[in-house]
Design a protein around this ligand. Structure first.
Ligand SMILES: C[S@@+](CC[C@H](N)C(=O)[O-])C[C@H]1O[C@@H](n2cnc3c(N)ncnc32)[C@H](O)[C@@H]1O
Length: 433
């Protein structure tokens, strides 16, 4: 590790941005890695591992700290709490860093951040934990919710919710899958390049590649530094997308010259997939709420260089008369609680709560009750979310079918991490009779 002190300062900066200032972890991490491009590959890997790991395991880390510190985690100053959490992550999960170095660097960092008076406290807590890591008393296994929550660092309310619909074994499988390291799934833009050629390009750039057996445009990649540095990404030959998300365009199965409206499209994953499937024909209107989000779609369109798609700023809750019965296919990939993608957006589990979930169910219904009007007779409406929550998924689909009997629910599927080789994701396909 060339300059470990700076690496740890950056880690602290990212973790504070997420836990104190409410920033999304993938954005905070990406911003720092982009701003400090001079960092070498091993430093970037170290920063990524410690920040992601600390967030991923935060409930367990706090549980351990509280066992060995008189001052409980929630009473500590945010900077001190964050330094201790990331140090305990390294002590517990990273053999490559000697314990003494972890403690020394944490103490130095506390001093550097203006907490010289707390250097002794940080040192005492960390040395105590490093000596006693094998003596941590975990909750009793018979207390299913508490045990699963601490062992897999998942808030208790989420576990309780899942246990209503899945048995303990199934819930544990999902929790394990969220913590497992997975390669990045990408979708080859088949209208631009074949999957085999893309695999060759990536290998030449030093990336590890595996072709997916079930979806013929999908590949799994790993071992790269960051995406923006890959020529094959910059030239628009692929898009990062989970297998389950790819299924939306597969189910939609667009035909030549069809008109597609995607009402919540940013950053454009599903819209771009549909445009790619149409290979220059038909038309995709990729809409989103704000100019910022619409620009994200435009950036992706420009990178890939296709012209059967346009990005449009339009609030999906506001009826657009010009779109009445215009769409052969309507994609409603709506804002949701995101509990299916906790393996990638680790901090979401601490930000989501049952009240927000409830509000999302209402927003989803509000949007569906507006946008279903854009579907032609015989046209398809695909409703999807990246969550595992019956109220947002199966119950919303049933509600929609009941409210709008002119739509028939043709099929639905809940993808589950640990069962399917994908994120947690839900799709329902309706056809307008
Ligand atoms: C699940 S994401 C969409 C992901 C996208 N379909 C893809 O595959 O890349 C949901 C999107 O809904 C957008 N959104 C939220 N409220 C909206 C509204 N009232 N009108 C339009 N878009 C909205 C958010 O900005 C967000 O980009």
């Amino acid at each position: 590790m060339g300059n470990t002190v700076n690496d740890r300062e950056l880690i602290l900066e990212i973790l504070l941005a997420v836990t104190r200032d409410g920033e999304y972890s993938h954005i905070a991490l990406r911003n720092v890695l982009e701003n400090y491009q001079y960092l070498d590959k091993s430093e970037r890997a170290f920063i990524t591992r410690v920040t992601e790991g600390t967030l991923e395991r935060m409930i367990e880390l706090d549980y351990i700290i509280n066992q060995f510190s008189k001052t409980k985690v929630n009473k500590m100053k945010p900077v001190i709490r964050t330094i201790i959490r990331s140090a305990v992550y390294q002590l517990k999960y990273m053999d490559s860093v000697p314990d003494s170095a972890v403690c020394n660097e944490a103490v130095k960092l506390a001093g550097k951040r203006g907490f010289s008076g707390l250097k002794g406290f940080v040192n005492g807590v960390l040395r105590n934990i490093s000596r006693n890591l094998d003596n941590v008393k975990y909750p009793d296994k018979s207390d299913t919710v508490k045990w699963l929550s601490v062992i897999y660092s998942m808030p208790e309310w989420i576990i309780t919710e899942w246990l209503k619909n899945y048995d303990r074994e199934m819930v544990e499988k999902m929790l394990q899958a969220f913590l497992a390291e997975r390669p990045t799934t990408i979708r080859c833009n088949l209208s631009q390049i074949s999957r085999e050629k893309l695999a060759e390009e990536l290998k030449k750039e030093g990336v590890k590649v595996r072709l997916c057996d079930t979806v013929d445009s999908a590949l799994f990649i790993s071992g790269y530094d960051y995406l923006g540095a890959l020529e094959s990404f910059r030239t628009g030959h692929f898009q990062v997308q989970d297998i389950s998300s790819m299924e939306v365009a597969e189910w939609a199965d667009p035909k030549e010259d069809e008109y597609i409206i995607d009402v919540c499209a940013a950053p454009g994953g599903k819209s771009l997939h549909l445009a790619d499937k149409l290979a220059g024909k038909g038309h995709v209107e990729a809409r989103d709420l704000t100019p910022y989000k619409v620009d994200l779609i435009r950036d992706n369109i420009a990178r890939i260089g296709i012209d059967n798609i346009e990005a449009v700023c339009q609030d999906a809750t506001v009826y657009d008369e010009a779109s009445e019965k215009k769409a052969d296919i309507l994609i409603a990939d709506l804002p949701c609680s995101g509990l299916g993608v906790l393996g990638k957006k680790t901090d979401l589990k601490y930000k989501m709560n049952p009240d927000t979930q409830e509000e999302l169910v209402h927003l989803q219904r509000e949007i569906l009750s507006v946008v279903h009007r854009y579907v032609k007779s015989g046209g398809k409406l695909l409703y999807s979310t990246c969550t595992i929550h019956r109220a947002e998924n199966q119950e919303n689909a049933a509600w929609f079918a009941e409210q709008y009997p002119e739509f028939e629910l043709v099929r639905e599927r809940q993808f589950l991490p640990g069962v399917d080789d994908s994120d947690g994701f839900y799709i329902a396909e309706f056809v307008r009779k």
